[in-house]
Design a binder for this molecule. Structure first.
Ligand SMILES: C[S@@+](CC[C@H](N)C(=O)[O-])C[C@H]1O[C@@H](n2cnc3c(N)ncnc32)[C@H](O)[C@@H]1O
Length: 266
């Protein structure tokens, strides 16, 4: 993590975000106003949330050790190290509040073909897959042992619409993209938070998106590189609306929207 991303820096940035961000009253776009009310503000506890969160708790209390390779940004420790499932569950997973926001976003948009880069233990994947059993979730994870644990978790939750592929994104993503004959409705980029890598994944995925696709980047303030990539992507000509939720950034391609960036309080 960069110096810029020290706790002090993040607190300062959060205070700025808090005072600059809007709730529904400050939003003048009907599209974003509706999104704010239906997705950001909504706190309906959907039927599957409880089971997924119980599984998260179980993982946080699982002290079984596995040997893992460190992939991507965050890999400042040597590879082949031993970690407990508990350590991974406590440090790598998207928090319930944000995973549930993704669930609502997918539900709201009716997304059916979903891609996640960075499965980890599969908690967020389970949220993505629980929206609609007829959707398909393609999730990629570099580490074999972590992926195996995720597969067990999908079985525990009875989820049958997840296709988990193991291998470094750099090797696995392009052949998979070349093999698909459908467009992706929803993409969650949550692995390897480096500037060049994130940009590269985005550019590889771009030809497989459509006008109504949604791309979510996690940890947009994790480092200088992630902030830079977020700012570059939201300014791209393909992007109309972008929404900064402090931790996550959401990109919309809808061509009938005025190009605008919203800082939304979540
Ligand atoms: C932050 S975790 C994902 C968390 C998960 N999306 C969730 O919210 O529950 C990132 C995962 O991406 C994997 N990863 C990072 N860089 C990778 C790469 N270049 N290739 C394959 N996997 C990678 C890591 O092994 C790690 O399990």
């Amino acid at each position: 993590m960069s110096d810029k991303n020290s706790s002090f820096y993040l607190i300062k940035e959060y205070v700025k975000y808090y005072f600059k961000s809007n709730n529904a009253h400050g939003v003048h776009s009907p599209f974003v106003f509706k999104l704010y009310n239906d997705v950001v503000k909504d706190r309906t506890p959907f039927y599957c949330f409880e089971a997924i969160e119980l599984l998260r708790k179980e993982l946080e209390l699982n002290y079984e050790k596995i040997t893992v390779e460190d992939y991507g940004a965050g890999s400042r420790k040597p590879t082949g190290q031993t970690k407990t499932i508990s350590e991974i569950a406590r440090s790598s997973l998207t928090r319930p509040k944000y995973a549930q926001l993704l669930f609502r976003l997918i539900n709201w948009s009716g997304s059916r073909n979903l891609l996640e880069l960075g499965t980890s233990l599969g908690i967020t994947t389970s949220y993505l897959a629980s929206v609609n059993p007829n959707s398909k979730v393609f999730s990629f994870e570099g580490d074999w042992a972590i992926a195996q644990t995720a597969r067990n978790n999908f079985d525990k939750l009875g989820l049958k619409n997840i296709n988990l592929q193991t291998g470094p994104f750099e090797e696995a993503l392009s052949p998979w993209l070349a093999s698909i004959d459908f467009k992706l409705d929803f993409v969650f980029l949550d692995g390897n938070h480096r500037y060049n890598s994130t940009l590269e994944y985005f550019d590889r995925i771009l030809p497989h998106l459509h006008e109504k696709s949604i791309v979510v980047l996690d940890d947009i303030r994790w480092s200088n590189g992630m902030e830079k990539v977020w700012n570059e992507l939201r300014n791209r000509k393909e992007i109309s609306v972008s929404i900064d939720l402090f931790q996550m950034g959401v990109l919309f391609f809808k061509q009938d929207q005025e190009k605008q960036n919203f800082l939304i309080r979540y």
